[in-house]
Design a protein around this ligand. Structure first.
Ligand SMILES: C[S@@+](CC[C@H](N)C(=O)[O-])C[C@H]1O[C@@H](n2cnc3c(N)ncnc32)[C@H](O)[C@@H]1O
Length: 233
């Protein structure tokens, strides 16, 4: 139980705790199914409180967790590293030979100023799979809107500029980046209701073409695995 009053984007807030718990479970299932006990290199971009990255690392994978607002991670493990950086600065400084088997962008895409460019660069360093969990637009065409965010809120865009892409926009951009196959796993996640103060997470929804990204105070979200080759999930 928490005693302070965490805001919507505080990772101690019950909505994020629930979300982290169920997304972590799903990720563990997906990684076990795809890779079994073979150890992979994983980049977690915008890693928040590191709880998901830490859980993944406990499976034996080598994890690098990037977070511009990084606090101390709890896990002293040789296969777990953290780095305080936003994604674009990291990619600019990382050098040409940096590669990962898997890149995870959970709750990050919609906080980016130049999502298409960042997706292109992230895709270029991923050898097999990019996993994206994002708020999306209620639009069945290829569309994106840009907006300002309050950068003082932990969890939001670091420079105050964000976006809301449609699912189709995302699929089209990832296909152009060489990720031909996508697996929409949103149906494996339960909806998390708004508590009246904070926005909930809605994974099971049908497009109504409202062009918004909220319904009954819940964010419309998708959890998708993008792959260069056909995979079994
Ligand atoms: C909504 S939180 C999601 C955290 C975590 N990945 C999760 O799903 O629980 C978004 C995170 O991305 C970070 N972030 C915001 N802008 C970023 C950027 N340009 N590059 C990397 N991380 C960023 C924020 O500091 C925040 O921790």
């Amino acid at each position: 139980m928490f005693t302070s009053s965490p805001a919507a984007n505080d990772f101690a807030h019950p909505i994020w705790v629930k979300s982290n718990t169920q997304r972590t479970k799903l990720l563990i299932k997906v990684l076990n199914q795809l890779y079994g006990s073979s150890s992979k290199s994983i980049l977690d971009v915008g890693a928040g409180d590191f709880s998901i990255a830490e859980a993944i690392c406990k499976l034996g994978h080598n994890v690098l967790a990037l977070e511009p607002r990084a606090k101390e991670a709890n896990l002293p493990a040789s296969n777990f590293r953290t780095y305080k950086s936003d994604v674009d600065s990291y990619l600019s400084n990382a050098g040409e030979n940096i590669r990962f088997d898997i890149v995870m962008m959970l709750g990050l895409l919609y906080h980016l100023e130049r999502p298409q460019e960042t997706l292109r660069r992230v895709s270029a360093i991923s050898d097999s799979v990019v996993i994206i969990d994002s708020v999306v637009l209620d639009h069945d065409g290829d569309a994106i809107v840009y907006l300002e965010e309050d950068r003082e809120i932990a969890g939001h865009s670091v420079n105050g500029l964000g976006c809301r892409p449609s699912f189709k926009w995302l699929i089209n951009k990832m296909r152009a980046n060489g990720f031909e196959y996508y697996y929409d796993l949103s149906g494996h996640l339960k909806d998390i209701r708004s508590d009246g103060l904070s926005t909930g997470h809605l994974y099971n929804w049908k497009c109504e073409r409202t062009c918004g990204w909220r319904r009954n105070e819940m964010q419309l979200r998708k959890f998708i695995v993008f792959s260069r080759a056909q995979i079994n999930i």
